[in-house]
Design a protein around this ligand. Structure first.
Ligand SMILES: [Zn+2]
Length: 292
C-alpha cells in the first residue's frame, strides 16, 4: 500500500490518556463507564479513518493482530476484546482510549527493537484499562472533551495538510499524561509484565522498551509521566520480570524488524525530510541496519 505522509498528532495523543487516576482495582466496571469508553473509542476511530490517519489493510496489521491476540488471550473473561491500530505519526507514542482500543504511532513501532518490546508496551497499555485507570480518568477527560481532542487532529491536518514540518515529539500532551499517578503506572507495569510472561515473552527484553524510549526522550517521554526516574523503573521492571519468571522466552527480533521495516523506512524518510535529527532518528536507523 502507499502510505500517506505522516502528520502531526501530538495533541491527540495527549488528550486521550496515553499511559493511566486512583485505581478501583480489577473487576467489573460500571456500565456507564464502559459505554463512555466504547463511544469515545469508536468516535476516535471514525475520525482517524475519515482523515486517513490510520495504516490499515497492510501486512503489518496482520502481524500486529497476531501479537495482539497472544496478549489478549492472557486477560481473562469479561474484557473488551483487545484491538490495535497504527496512527501515521512519527512521534514514538502509544495510548489507549478504552474499550480495548490501543493506538500505536508509527514512530513507536519504528523505534522498538523486537516483538517482546512491542508486546510489553501493548500489555502495559491494556493493563491500564483492565485496572480501571481509563474509566477512572474518563470524567476528567470528558471535561476536556473527546470532540475537542478529535478536533485538534483535524486542526493539525488542516494547518499543515500532508506536511510533517511541524512534527513534534510529545509536547502538547505532557500535562495530560501526568494525570496518571505513579501508583497507577507501577500497577500497570506489574500487570503488563504478568500478561507478557503468560504469553511466553521474554519480560527482561520486553522491559527494555522503556530503556529504548528513555534513550530517545530522557525522562520526558509521555509514557514515563507519573513515574520515578526511568533508571529506577528499569530496575523495577527487571525485578518484575524475575518475579513473573519471564527472564527467558520469545524475543523475535528479526521477525519484528522484518515486518515493521517498510513502515520504519517511511518514518525515517519523513523525519529526515522534516530535518528532525537526534536520538529518535538514530534509534530508527540502527533498527533499519539490524533488519538487513
Ligand atoms: Zn502507563
Amino acid at each position: 500500500m502507499k502510505l500517506p505522509r505522516l502528520v502531526l498528532a501530538a495533541m491527540l495523543a495527549g488528550a486521550l490518556a496515553a499511559c493511566g487516576a486512583p485505581s478501583p482495582g480489577q473487576g467489573p466496571r460500571p456500565a456507564a463507564a464502559q459505554t463512555a469508553e466504547i463511544d469515545q473509542s469508536r468516535q476516535l476511530l471514525q475520525e482517524l479513518r475519515a482523515k486517513n490517519m490510520l495504516v490499515e489493510g497492510d501486512k503489518i496489521n496482520d502481524y500486529m493482530d497476531a501479537v495482539t491476540a497472544r496478549i489478549d488471550a492472557q486477560r481473562g473473561d469479561g474484557k473488551s476484546r483487545l484491538k490495535t491500530f497504527i496512527i501515521k505519526d512519527a512521534d514514538a507514542n502509544a495510548f489507549t482510549s478504552g474499550a480495548g482500543y490501543v493506538f500505536f504511532n508509527a514512530g513507536m513501532l519504528a523505534a522498538l527493537e523486537n516483538e517482546a518490546q512491542f508486546a510489553m508496551v501493548l500489555a502495559h497499555e491494556i493493563a491500564h484499562e483492565d485496572l480501571g485507570h481509563v474509566s477512572a480518568g474518563m470524567a476528567k477527560r470528558q471535561q476536556v472533551g473527546i470532540a475537542s481532542a478529535v478536533a485538534s487532529i483535524g486542526g493539525a491536518l488542516l494547518g499543515v495538510p500532508g506536511d510533517i514540518t511541524n512534527l513534534v515529539v510529545g509536547t502538547a500532551g505532557q500535562a495530560y499524561y501526568a494525570d496518571f499517578s505513579r501508583d497507577q503506572e507501577t500497577a500497570a507495569d506489574r500487570l503488563g509484565m504478568r500478561y507478557l510472561a503468560k504469553a511466553g515473552y521474554n519480560g527482561a527484553e520486553g522491559a527494555k522498551s522503556f530503556a529504548v524510549l528513555k534513550k530517545m526522550y530522557g525522562d520526558n517521554a509521555s509514557i514515563f509521566a507519573g513515574h520515578p526516574t526511568s533508571s529506577s523503573r528499569q530496575a523495577d521492571m527487571q525485578r518484575l520480570a524475575r518475579e513473573e519468571g519471564a527472564t527467558e522466552g520469545r524475543v523475535a527480533a528479526s521477525a519484528y524488524l522484518g515486518k515493521t521495516n517498510p513502515l520504519r523506512k517511511r518514518v525515517v524518510n519523513a523525519l529526515e525530510q522534516a530535518g528532525k535529527d537526534g536520538p529518535l532518528l538514530s534509534q530508527m536507523r540502527a533498527n533499519l541496519r539490524a533488519a538487513r
